[in-house]
Design a protein around this ligand. Structure first.
Ligand code: C2E
Ligand code: CA
Ligand code: CA
Ligand code: CA
Length: 280
């Protein structure tokens, strides 16, 4: 028996070892991609549900590695957080987002909404974040009113007092704050009020089945009512069907984002389909 257990342990250990090795190799390649400008940003439109018009866009990070292929951000973002690469990755995203906004402006493409950048809680905990943002905006000649930050509830909860101060600094500078994946975390109404966010993004998991699951429908209804009573705007993630868009609109949710309108697009396709003069 002992031997059997020992064998099993060995199998388990080498399996685990292989996984750890794989993650380390991926982290090393990610670090190299960061140095070699090997990441890119895709852009997903955020629309006014009533008119379908563009109100903003979310920048989503993409990594295509020659050996590993396309790696999902659902994999490499947590890896970057684990391996201490997230602040560098975040700084790259901020610079690339501002650079893109400046380019659109130079080309007269009239992007008048905000570009929303995802920010990890480790970045939000970093006192240098406002400076990093303001320097990138200045470097590219972009006004802060063109940027929003998307942060999940956990980003606020690590250190609420620090988060309140950080929120205030960013908002005074002209940036907007959107709470991502809303409903999946733990924020109370009291916190929401203290953080003075501008918009809450209703998590995709509630939107997905809001037309078939009465619980999800009740949650979506409640989130919209709550946003409304706190004077916050609401945007639904993962809108895939016209029926969802109509139901959201009927419940009073003004904005949405999802495959119904467009998936995240490379910059050229985003410009062609959403920004080109006359595309309106
Ligand atoms: P998220 O911020 O919640 O982003 C929304 C995710 O939903 C994106 O996945 C997007 O492609 C996907 N999505 C959009 N519309 C639909 C839809 O209609 N249906 C479905 N099923 N999915 C839709 P993506 O691009 O794979 O990103 C995954 C996560 O990775 C993001 O979730 C975000 O947490 C993280 N992430 C991506 N880029 C960055 C970044 O630059 N910085 C940080 N910190 N995190 C990032
Ligand atoms: Ca997001
Ligand atoms: Ca989200
Ligand atoms: Ca998410």
């Amino acid at each position: 028996h002992a031997k059997q257990r020992g064998e099993r342990y060995c199998v388990f250990e080498s399996h685990l070892g292989a996984r750890v090795g794989e993650r380390l190799r991926m982290a090393a390649r990610l670090a190299r991609a960061l140095e070699a400008d090997g990441l890119s940003l895709y852009f997903q439109p955020q629309v006014d549900l009533a008119s379908g018009r563009l109100v903003g866009a979310e920048a989503l990070c993409r990594w295509f590695d020659e050996e590993l292929g396309a790696v999902s951000p659902a994999e490499f973002i947590p890896l970057a957080e684990e391996r201490g690469l997230i602040n560098r990755l975040g700084a790259w995203v901020i610079d690339a987002g501002c650079r893109q906004l400046a380019e659109w402006r130079t080309r007269g493409l009239g992007f008048s909404g905000r570009l929303a950048l995802n920010v990890s809680s480790a970045q939000f905990d970093d006192d240098q974040l406002p400076t990093l943002l303001l320097e990138a905006l200045a470097r590219h000649g972009v006004p802060a009113e063109r940027l929003a930050l998307e942060l999940t509830e956990s980003g606020f909860m690590n250190d609420p007092d620090h988060a309140v101060a950080m929120t205030r600094r960013l908002k005074e500078a002209g940036l907007a704050l959107h709470i991502d994946d809303f409903g999946t975390g733990y924020s109370s109404l009291a916190y929401l009020k203290r953080f003075a966010a501008d918009k809450i993004k209703i998590d995709i998991s509630f939107v997905r089945e809001m037309l078939s699951d009465p619980n999800d429908s009740a949650i979506v209804t409640t989130i919209i009512a709550m946003a409304d009573s706190l004077g916050l705007s609401a945007l639904a993630e993962g809108v895939e069907t016209q029926a969802q868009a109509e139901a959201l609109l009927a419940l009073g949710c003004p904005e949405g984002q999802g495959y119904l309108y467009a998936p995240p697009l490379p910059a050229a396709a985003f410009v062609r389909d959403w920004l080109a003069p006359g595309a309106d």
